[in-house]
Design a protein around this ligand. Structure first.
Ligand code: BV8
Length: 266
């Protein structure tokens, strides 16, 4: 059977990873796209179609329009509860089994890597299912939002913090906010020590997260990129794989499996 272009990419990526002991997988919104979670730069749907996510994902937007911003996050949190991690997430879990370490550093806030079974996940931008109060950071139990979560899409007034009365906000990192220092430190450590960095589904536009692939390259790590479209990393990647996450990652796991067990060749 003639090898396809995808097979060639899988083979090149597998060759690069053969012998790697410490892998970091750096993911963005494109990793979740085939599970039905719109990417950050996809046109917003429904009531938020007229808003640019970067205009909603800020403390200023929440102060100015708390119900609009809170309603958007509640809708997203509800959406994420209804989707399932696609085969690419399971492929990452599978290929991690043969490695000394496989750290997932994600910009995503949907928790899908953990739901798929990845055990070493660093969330740079927080999580949709974590809530706290805006002014003092008092944790807020998301199950108290259950009734609100059933509301139709649209504005939802954030409830007041039971402790201090400040409006409840999502536990994500907004534009203009610092990333969690411990997550940044752990991500930098992982990338500094990795043999290879697998970059999946990120536009590479949002900093400081987007610094990580450049750090890996500077430290001599091999870089494999999985993205249907070019990004700022593409020209420096050792393998720039024009494919989607749910297609490429299972193909990569299979190619690595065949190298580890040649008797399995089809
Ligand atoms: C910070 C959580 C220090 C929220 C997110 C002015 C003032 C303040 C800061 C700045 C400023 N100017 C610039 C900055 C820095 C700013 C920034 O980088 N802005 C960008 C827009 C230029 N960064 C910050 O503000 C950060 N904090 O700098 O603090 C500071 C503090 C105070 C003052 C000054 C500095 C905080 C950034 C974190 C923002 N929060 N998420 C939420 O989710 O609502 S970021 C958000 O974008 C998501 O997390 C998303 O993951 C992330 C990055 O986007 P991507 O993941 O790459 O997604 P995107 O849609 O862009 O691309 C998808 C990709 O997937 C595409 O390439 C596509 O081709 C590909 N794809 C599509 N389908 C598939 C696929 N790939 C594979 N398979 C598929 N099927």
């Amino acid at each position: 059977m003639r090898a396809t272009h995808a097979d060639a990419d899988a083979a090149r990526a597998a060759n690069l990873l053969t012998g790697a002991r410490r892998l970091v997988v750096f993911t963005g919104a494109g990793m979740s796209q085939e599970s039905g979670v719109p990417t950050f730069r996809d046109a917003q749907t429904g009531l938020w179609a007229s808003f640019n996510p970067e205009e909603l994902a800020t403390p200023e937007a929440f102060r100015r329009h708390p119900a609009r911003v809170f309603g958007w996050y509640l809708w997203r949190a509800r959406l994420v509860r209804t989707v399932e991690p696609h085969a690419g997430y399971a492929a990452l879990v599978h290929l991690s089994a043969d490695l000394e370490s496989c750290v997932v550093v994600t910009q995503n806030v949907d928790g899908l890597h953990q739901r798929a079974g990845s055990s070493d996940v660093i969330e740079l931008h927080g999580r949709l299912d974590a809530f706290r109060c805006f002014d003092r950071g008092h944790p807020f139990d998301a199950s108290r939002l259950a009734t609100l979560g059933s509301l139709p899409e649209g504005d939802v007034d954030p409830p007041p913090c039971p402790t201090c009365g400040s409006p409840i906000r999502p536990g994500v990192v907004w534009f203009g906010e610092m990333l969690p220092a411990d997550a940044v430190a752990r991500a930098n450590d992982a990338v500094t020590q990795c043999d290879a960095l697998l970059v999946v589904g990120t536009s590479g536009l949002v900093y400081p997260a987007a610094e990580l692939p450049w750090l890996a390259l500077d430290r001599g790590a091999k870089l494999i990129e999985v993205n249907p479209t070019p990004t700022p990393f593409s020209s420096r990647a050792h393998v720039s794989w024009r494919a989607t996450a749910a297609t490429a990652l299972p193909a990569l796991a299979q190619a690595l499996e065949q190298r580890a067990n040649p008797q399995l060749q089809p």
